[in-house]
Design a protein around this ligand. Structure first.
Ligand code: SF4
Length: 322
């Protein structure tokens, strides 16, 4: 009997694997990648558990549900119900490809106030089209019987019945299974990060076609919107300046203050000429150039040349920050 488990790399997902392995079930892990979260934790967990792992990139579909979530968002831009349903749908594809019989997750009933209630677990399952096929081994005894239990592929009586936010029983189980290293339960999804969420919301508001690069750039520097079509990304230190250059694409405009240390500024898509003077003024504002006289800003990329202007005063700059 083979099953596909959603492996986040957190302790609960690792325990779910162990609980099923104990019943002789062969486990294949699946995890997901996007610019909003990576697969590093899951890869480490899979290595520690010695289970094969399939890594699936869900950027495109996830972006679509971030734009138009059917079931709303959490505190940031995180459409958790739709996202979980999407993950289960993609995991079901892996299940079919691998000839596995069912899916499982490490979810624990009541551990998270909204996403892990009975109603939400059921809703996610229904939305994913996998009703009855998703076992939550750690809380199975508290949830309706699933197909794998009814068919006797999994012995329900031997499954734990964890509930709530406490971690004591999980830590006890980890000891029993010899799991020594596991990450803290905090998630790593940028869609829940207030600063990232604000920038993403701004991007989606102003740009219909969004590429992976646009989502990556949101992680770097200060972002200032100077017109509906133009924003300026300003590096805050040498590392960010370098990273900004790494993301430069054809058609972008890059600015740097002439003769003074300061930020590398990127205008994705190049903006339009009317905005360049303001962008150059922003570049001078964050540079070491003297603020009491005009300075020069070098431009390259979409346009090669120099803009001469004065640094934008802080009180005019702050309101532009996204
Ligand atoms: S926190 Fe992020 S990765 Fe997790 S379900 Fe919500 S949107 Fe998806």
């Amino acid at each position: 009997m083979k099953a596909v488990g959603l492996l986040s790399g957190g302790l609960d997902s690792m325990l779910a694997v162990k609980v099923l392995q104990e019943q002789g079930i062969e486990v294949i892990g699946v995890t997901f990648e996007s610019p909003f979260f990576g697969s590093g934790r899951a890869r480490r967990a899979a290595r520690a558990l010695r289970v094969p792992l399939r890594v699936v990139d869900i950027t495109e579909e996830l972006l679509e549900v971030v734009r138009r979530p059917k079931h709303g968002r959490g505190s940031g831009m995180n459409p958790c119900i739709d996202c979980h349903a999407l993950m289960l749908r993609r995991a079901a594809e892996v299940m079919r490809e691998e000839g596995a019989a069912f899916l499982f997750t490490g979810e624990v009933l009541g551990q998270r106030p909204f996403s892990q209630t009975r109603g939400t677990l059921r809703l996610v399952e229904r939305e994913s089209g996998q009703e009855g096929l998703v076992l939550r081994p750690l809380s199975a005894k508290l949830l309706p019987e699933t197909l794998p239990e009814r068919r006797g592929w999994v012995d329900r009586s031997r499954l734990p019945h964890l509930r709530g936010r406490g971690r004591k029983r999980q830590v006890g189980l980890a000891e029993r299974y010899g799991i020594e290293e596991y990450p803290s339960p905090a998630g790593g999804c940028l869609l829940t990060d207030p600063a990232y969420a604000r920038r993403l919301e701004d991007l989606l508001e102003h740009q219909e076609e969004v590429k992976r690069r646009d989502l990556e750039v949101l992680k770097v520097g200060r972002h200032l919107r100077i017109s509906p079509r133009t924003k300026v990304v300003v590096g805050r230190n040498a590392r960010e300046n370098e990273e900004i250059l790494r993301w430069e694409e054809k058609g972008d405009l890059v600015m740097e203050a002439e003769a003074y240390p300061g930020p590398t500024c990127l205008i994705p898509g190049g903006g339009n000429e009317r905005d360049w003077e303001q962008a150059a003024a922003i570049c001078l504002r964050y540079s070491d150039a003297p603020k009491d006289r005009p300075g020069r800003v070098l431009c390259h990329g979409r346009w090669e040349g120099t803009v001469e202007t004065s640094a934008l005063p802080p009180e005019e700059c702050e309101p532009l920050l996204i």
